[in-house]
Every structure is written in C-alpha cells, then in structure tokens.
Design a protein around this ligand. Structure first.
Ligand code: SF4
Length: 138
C-alpha cells in the first residue's frame, strides 16, 4: 500500500499548546511515516478522516514562509503530531527551511527518532536556546 501525501497551506506557523513545558507548537507535518504502534498522535486520523496511522502525511508546505514573519515569546515545541525528521523530510527539506527562516532567539525543543536530525546541526548551533533529543524506540 502506498503513502498518501497531501499538501496544504497553513494559516499560522505557531499555535498555542497545553503540552507540558511548551507554550507553542509548530507543526509542519501532520501524520508520520514512522507509524509507531503506541503513537500519541494517532488521534489525528479522526480529524483528517484518514484511516491507518503511518500511511499518510499532510505537508503544511508554507510554514517555512510563515515563520519569517511570525515570532512568539515562550517555548516552542516542534512537531507534536509527527516526527520532523521522518523519511519525507530528506526529500523536501521542509524542517530545514523552517529552521533556516526561524528567529534564532526562539526557544525551541525538537524530539525525533531519526538520525537524519544530524544533517541540521549547523542550524541548531545558531539558536540561542535549543534542546534537541534523539530517541531510538519504535
Ligand atoms: S515517530 Fe513519533 S510521531 Fe511518529 S509515529 Fe512514532 S511516536 Fe508518532
């Protein structure tokens, strides 16, 4: 079975969140190719009316542009309903473009399961306050 890829435009890059330790989320992807069985974000299937978690990804393709003109105070968590370094990121480099364009004073938290995160170390170094976690567990 193939992967369903849907491209949409987001209205905003940063949205308020109740996630502990964060004030905002930035979600460039919804849906995740890693398809972890225990994933806390599976509930998004219902919202997007797609069936099987791990078989679809919605790309909010303009988020890299939106972050140029939006900035927020407080802590931002990147990708609460996906993995910012899931396989498709290698192809389209949306996460990378967001990091390039984001105000480097943004307090940013990123968590991923993919070694691809290492590609962006050059950009992480430009941020004043950033936490990047790599957790290998599927
Ligand atoms: S990597 Fe994270 S977001 Fe992706 S399926 Fe696994 S738990 Fe969910």
């Amino acid at each position: 079975m193939g992967m369903k890829i849907v491209r949409i435009k987001a209205r905003k890059a940063f949205n308020p969140t109740k996630i502990p330790g964060a004030n905002y989320v930035v979600n460039q992807y919804v849906g995740c190719q890693h398809a972890c069985l225990y994933c806390y974000a599976k509930f998004m299937c219902k919202w997007y009316k797609y069936e099987k978690w791990g078989r679809w990804v919605v790309i909010r393709e303009n988020v890299a542009e939106l972050v140029k003109r939006e900035s927020v105070k407080g802590k931002v968590y990147m990708s609460s309903v996906s993995d910012p370094y899931q396989p498709i990121e290698k192809e389209i480099e949306l996460t990378r473009r967001i990091l390039e364009n984001m105000n480097k004073r943004t307090k940013l938290g990123i968590l991923t399961k993919s070694d691809s995160v290492l590609r962006d170390i050059d950009l992480f170094k430009e941020f004043k306050d950033i936490e990047v976690g790599l957790r290998k567990e599927y």
